[in-house]
Ligand binder design. Structure first.
Ligand code: N9Y
Ligand code: NI
Length: 186
């Protein structure tokens, strides 16, 4: 079972490296790792399990956060429209994205970052992703708003990019021109 002890923190090299593609079809070991990653994220949001094992609740996890430089990620969350996402993905790739940007109004955090880093993280409002899911099926996902932000945060990990790499150094809370927050509906 994956716990917080397995999650590497800032300074660990896999967090700043571009991860290697996973060979398809995935071998047993990679399948097991990705299944464990999804279980960890689900457990982290279960009040009893997360308290018992002292898990920090999260909506996604990327293999480089376990010290594994492989292109695998898992997500478990519901967006504001009530769409749920709960799956693991191999070799996810953004095949297109909007010009329009969005952001989480309170900024972002990361399970591999044990400090607050204040500021706006500009993201694409819409992305289309191709990947192989945990079941080994090719999938194409069209994502908008918060869902698009979560997948971009995870795919960034596969490219060695941290959320704070996107924050404007001179003016951390400057919102990009025309961007709308994805976490406030009015
Ligand atoms: C886990 C991150 C991923 C998200 C950060 C912004 C978009 C994706 C994560 C640190 C603390 C909070 C936590 C979080 C949450 C939210 C809603 C419901 C339940 C993956 N990570 N968080 N960041 N938790 N839990 O680093 O989930 O947002 O790479
Ligand atoms: Ni993260």
């Amino acid at each position: 079972m994956i716990t917080m002890k397995d999650i590497v923190r800032e300074g660990y090299p896999t967090l700043t490296e571009s991860a290697a593609p996973v060979e398809m079809p995935p071998n047993k070991e990679d399948q097991e790792t990705l299944t464990d990653m999804l279980t960890f994220i689900q457990n982290s949001q279960d009040p009893e399990i997360s308290e018992k094992y002292e898990l920090r609740p999260g909506v996604g996890l990327a293999a480089p956060q376990l010290g594994l430089s492989k292109r695998m990620m898992a997500v478990h969350f519901e967006d504001l429209n009530g769409n749920s996402y709960s799956d693991g993905y191999y070799n996810p790739k953004i095949i297109s994205h909007s010009v329009e940007q969005t952001y989480i109004s309170t900024g972002e955090g990361c399970l591999s970052v044990d400090r607050e880093v204040p500021g706006i993280v500009p993201r694409h409002m819409r992305i289309t992703i191709k990947a192989i899911n945990l079941n080994g099926e090719p999938v194409k996902l069209r994502l908008k708003g918060y869902a698009a932000v979560v997948f971009q945060h995870e795919i960034d990990h596969l490219n060695g990019i941290m959320f704070y790499d996107h924050i404007n150094k001179n003016d951390p809370f400057k919102t990009p021109d025309g961007a709308k927050p994805c976490d406030i509906t009015e």
